[in-house]
Design a protein around this ligand. Structure first.
Ligand code: NAI
Ligand code: SOE
Length: 388
């Protein structure tokens, strides 16, 4: 069986998630189209790189990502670093003829994302952007139900992504609160996941009308470069510095196909953890999903008998998307890891078959165009058309 050597750049939260997926994917999707091999990992120092290699099962760790790109034995570059470094690494990887998977958001701005898209297209390599939530079986099932016309013409999409890890003002000024590294706040970090869902489920977005808010304007400065995500690492009695990104965004959406919608995303909603939801109303039914109950899809079909109308719960399992590779009975539990295992399966299959997976860098670029339009709309107060 073909083996594809992976060079991973970054050994933090997503390094762990992607490493798990490389190890586990062939156990789930067998026979695998190819076996991904955890070959080399880079981080910012020898110490961090060696630690990441030992922890995440890579054969070696190096302190310079360029050494990974220059290694002729490596077939895949996996970018799991903060957002500002995505373009330089992805473009170098494409120019070296490597297949590339890059975490979301693809870049800080649409202009940066376009340079990445141009580079992978010019090089003819396989590329993927890691918007993994669309691979949750219940979300893929929603997409199938919509594509089959079971809820008719889509009229309304209502999406949220609510978290509370940054609601505490003492949670540190990690890279996610610095525009020069992250690009934006909740918009780029989590609203882009909802944008990806909306495009996947409903279609292209034509215009947005948004507002943003920053509630915590100063945060304590942290020593480490890694983001430990909030309250778990509350700091007090240390110097503070300004936050220059949004904490929260709300926007109206107009879709090209005539549907309308809304999106809310915040990292400051006490009590909400990974509350990524959508409710979709069509002319003959409705669908409801909440990632915090990710085994379940709620559906309502208008042609049900009058005395049985109402939302019903489908528990995803072997009969549903990706069920052939996952667990043998419904409700054993789909986790975050499974979404990354499915993502890995789709990426490796696309490489072997010489085609592009979905979502790829073009999706990553379009999601950034919508994110930029949201930020622009919030600045000028009014509708902004999406021009790709
Ligand atoms: P993190 O802060 O946990 O880890 C980042 C790692 O990259 C650290 O080990 C850091 O030392 C290393 N690093 C930074 N610059 C580097 C460079 N130039 N060369 C090599 N290593 C470098 O960050 P996290 O949470 O893993 O985020 C990484 C990316 O993944 C971001 O783009 C983020 O938006 C995305 N992400 C996506 C998620 C999803 O659900 N798809 C979830 C969490 C993050
Ligand atoms: C923090 O908001 C974060 O880690 C995001 O960066 C991820 O994209 C999201 O999946 C989980 O939350």
């Amino acid at each position: 069986m073909q083996r594809l050597n992976v060079g991973m750049i970054g050994g933090g939260f997503m390094g762990k998630a992607h490493a798990l997926a490389y190890a586990a994917m062939p156990m789930f999707f067998w026979p695998a189209r190819a076996i991904p091999v955890r070959h080399t990992i880079a981080d910012v120092s020898d110490e961090l790189a060696s630690d990441a290699a030992a922890r995440l099962g890579f054969a070696r760790g190096v302190a310079d990502w360029r050494a990974v790109i220059d290694d002729p034995d490596i077939h895949i570059i996996d970018i799991v670093t903060p957002n500002n470094s995505h373009p330089e690494i992805a473009i170098a990887a494409a120019q070296a003829g490597k297949h590339v998977i890059c975490e979301k958001p693809l870049a800080r701005t649409a202009a940066e994302a376009k340079t990445m898209l141009d580079a992978v297209e010019a090089a003819g390599v396989t590329h993927m952007v890691a918007f993994n939530y669309r691979h949750t079986p219940a979300v893929a099932l929603a997409q199938k139900i919509i594509a089959e016309g079971r809820i008719g013409t889509i009229r309304n999409f209502r999406g949220t992504y609510l978290q509370d890890w940054s609601a505490d003002p003492n949670s540190p000024l990690s890279w996610r609160f610095q525009k020069k590294i992250a690009g934006s706040g909740a918009v780029g970090d989590i609203a882009t996941h909802v944008i990806d869902m909306a495009r996947y489920l409903v279609g292209e977005i034509a215009a947005v009308n948004a507002l943003t808010r920053t509630y915590v304007t100063e945060r304590p400065v942290q020593n480490s470069a890694t983001d430990k995500l909030g309250a778990a690492t509350r700091l007090s009695g240390v110097p503070t510095a300004p936050v220059d990104v949004d904490d929260e965004v709300m926007t109206l959406l107009r879709f090209e196909n005539g549907a309308v919608g809304s999106l809310e995303a915040t990292r400051n909603a006490f009590g909400r953890n990974n509350y990524l939801t959508f409710e979709i109303h069509g002319s003959t039914g409705s669908i409801l999903f909440n990632y915090e109950r990710r085994d379940e899809l709620q559906v309502m079909f208008a042609d049900d008998p009058a005395d049985q109308r109402g939302f019903r719960t489908i528990y995803t399992g072997p009969a549903h998307p990706y069920g052939e590779g996952l667990w043998p009975i419904p409700a054993l539990g789909i986790g975050y890891g499974e979404t990354k295992i499915i993502e890995c399966h789709l990426f490796i299959s696309a490489i072997v078959e010489g085609r592009q997976p979905s979502p790829n860098f073009r999706d990553g670029y379009i999601n950034e165009v919508v994110a930029d339009a949201i930020l622009h709309s919030a600045e000028q107060s009014g509708w902004v058309d999406i021009t790709v």
